[in-house]
Design a protein around this ligand. Structure first.
Ligand SMILES: NC(=O)c1ccc[n+]([C@@H]2O[C@H](COP(=O)([O-])OP(=O)(O)OC[C@H]3O[C@@H](n4cnc5c(N)ncnc54)[C@H](OP(=O)(O)O)[C@@H]3O)[C@@H](O)[C@H]2O)c1
Length: 255
C-alpha cells in the first residue's frame, strides 16, 4: 500500500527551536529524573550551580544527596507518580529525561528483560514528556533533554535490548521535536559512549567524566542545539551510518 506524503509548506522553515528565539535561560526550573546517582546526580548539581531551581526525581528520594534541590519520589514507569510529579512541578521549563537502565537483555533471550529496557528507556521517558508537555507550554515552551546513547546508532553484543530502546529514544526525540514545535519546545537528544557511572562499572575502555558529559550537554542546550554528540566514539558511530553496515561492524567487531 502506498502512503501519501503530508503536504508541507516549504516556504516556511519548520520551527525546530524555541519560538521565543532565545536560548535556555541561565536561571530556569528543571526536573531531572534518576537524580540520585550517576549522570542524573551530576545534572542536578550542575543545574543548581548554574542558578536553576531543581526538582530531583528518584525512585528513592531519600537517596538524593545534592544540596539545594527539591527531592521528589518519581519512578518514571509509574503513571500515578509521573502525573503527581507534573502536578507538583508546574513551574518546570527544562525536563531532563536521564533515568535509564541497561540490563544486558538480548533480543532472543528473556522477553521480560527486553520489555523492561523499553519500559524505562522508551515508555517511561515518553510518559514524562506527555505529562510535562502542557507544563512546558504553560512556561513558555522550554526544553526537553533526552539522554540517548551512541547505541542509538549501532548495536553491541550483549546490549541488544538496550540498543533498541536507545534507538527508539533517539527517534522519539526527532518525532517529539516536530510535535512540540508549535508550542516552542526545544527537544535535545544526547549521545555518548561510556561515562564513568555504575551503569558501565563492569566495562573496560575510556570513560568520560560524568561532569564533562553534563557540562557539554547543558552548554549545548543553552546554545539551542538539538543534538549533543558528547564524545569521539559517538561521532564515529554517527558518521558510520553513511557506510554499508558490513564495513562498520567488521571494523568494530575486530577492534
Ligand atoms: N554511563 C554510560 O556509559 C552511559 C552511556 C550512554 C547513555 N547513558 C544513559 O545515561 C543515563 C544515566 O545513566 P547513568 O550512567 O547515570 O546510569 P546509573 O548510574 O545506572 O543511573 C541510572 C539512574 O536511573 C534511575 N532509574 C532507573 N530506572 C528508573 C525508573 N524506572 N524511574 C526513575 N529512575 C530510574 C536509577 O535509579 P535507582 O538508583 O533507583 O536505580 C539511577 O538514578 C541513562 O539513560 C543511560 O542509559 C549512560
Amino acid at each position: 500500500m502506498r502512503t501519501r506524503s503530508p503536504k508541507v509548506d516549504r516556504s516556511e522553515p519548520l520551527p525546530l527551536t524555541s519560538t521565543s528565539g532565545s536560548s535556555v535561560p541561565a536561571m530556569t526550573t528543571a526536573l531531572v529524573t534518576g537524580a540520585n546517582r550517576g549522570l542524573g546526580r551530576h545534572f542536578a548539581a550542575e543545574l543548581v550551580a548554574r542558578g536553576a531551581t531543581v526538582y530531583a526525581g528518584a525512585r528513592r528520594p531519600e537517596a538524593i544527596d545534592v544540596p539545594g534541590v527539591r527531592p521528589i519520589a518519581l519512578d518514571i514507569t509509574d503513571p500515578d507518580a509521573v502525573a503527581a510529579a507534573a502536578a507538583l512541578a508546574g513551574d518546570v521549563d527544562l525536563l531532563v529525561n536521564n533515568a535509564g537502565i541497561s540490563t544486558g537483555a538480548q533480543l532472543l533471550g528473556d522477553l521480560e528483560g527486553v520489555r523492561a529496557e523499553l519500559d524505562v528507556n522508551f515508555w517511561g521517558t515518553l510518559a514524562m514528556v506527555r505529562a510535562f508537555a502542557p507544563v512546558l507550554a504553560a512556561n513558555g515552551g522550554g526544553t526537553v533533554v533526552n539522554i540517548a546513547s551512541a547505541l542509538s546508532w549501532f548495536a553491541a553484543p550483549g546490549a541488544g535490548a538496550y540498543a533498541v530502546s536507545k534507538a527508539a529514544n533517539w527517534n522519539m526525540s526527532n518525532a517529539l521535536r516536530l510535535e512540540l514545535a508549535e508550542q516552542g519546545t526545544q527537544v535535545t537528544s544526547v549521545h555518548l559512549g561510556l561515562a564513568d557511572t555504575d551503569m558501565v562499572r563492569a566495562l573496560q575502555g575510556p570513560k568520560t567524566d560524568p561532569a564533562v558529559v553534563v557540562r557539554r550537554t547543558l552548554d549545548a542546550v543553552e546554545a539551542g542545539d538539538l543534538e549533543v554528540v558528547v564524545d569521539e566514539w559517538s561521532a564515529t558511530v554517527k558518521a558510520s551510518l553513511a557506510e554499508d553496515p558490513r564495513t562498520f561492524y567488521a571494523r568494530y567487531l575486530a577492534a
